[in-house]
Design a protein. Structure first.
Length: 181
């Protein structure tokens, strides 16, 4: 079984527990903290990969490092440590966030623009494009890309909506080249 499949199973199980206990938002925030810790702390990864460090020592580190987190999150981390599956923690967080967003009717979107968008502009994009993907709202991450010349490019999942000037110029160029022959 692939790591992605395993990570998704853990994420769905944790999602169901969080939903039953009505702590979905809290667990999601805690998992984002865990993800940040594992991404930024390379020494922690090295420690968990070290076969000389016992599982009990690793579990003690998890308990001490994440003592302020909810019991479902700590228990999941302990189970992953027990089964030597710490390498899939980041994937679990991503799958959990995806499941939580689906439950709330939210989609993650990346907007590329020439300048930082205002809150009103982000809200307008969210309202305009959320319905196109069957969601109630979009959680927008704005990335400034000067190569766009103007306009915006929006990515929601595997869909890309290109309303940038550079994208329009590229489409015009393709049309001219195909009509040329």
């Amino acid at each position: 079984m692939s790591n992605g499949t395993i990570a998704k199973r853990y994420a769905i199980a944790l999602f169901q527990v969080a939903k039953e206990q009505n702590i979905l938002d809290q667990v999601e925030q805690e998992l984002l903290v865990v993800k940040t810790v594992f991404i930024e702390n390379k020494q922690l990864i090295t420690l968990f990969n070290n076969p000389k460090v016992t599982k009990d020592k690793k579990k003690l580190i998890v308990k001490e490092s994440f003592s302020n987190l909810s019991s479902p999150v700590i228990n999941t981390l302990l189970i992953l440590t027990d089964r030597n599956r710490h390498a899939i923690i980041i994937s679990i967080v991503d799958f959990f966030t995806e499941a939580a967003n689906d439950a709330r009717g939210i989609a993650e979107a990346t907007v590329y623009s020439v300048r930082e968008l205002t809150i009103d502009e982000k809200n307008a994009l969210s309202q305009a494009f959320a319905k196109k993907v069957g969601k109630s709202t979009l959680r927008i991450q704005n990335i400034v890309d000067k190569s766009l010349i103007g306009g915006v490019k929006l990515r929601i999942g595997n869909r890309i909506y290109d309303g940038s000037v550079s994208g329009k110029l590229a489409r015009i160029e393709r049309e001219l080249l195909t009509n040329r022959t």
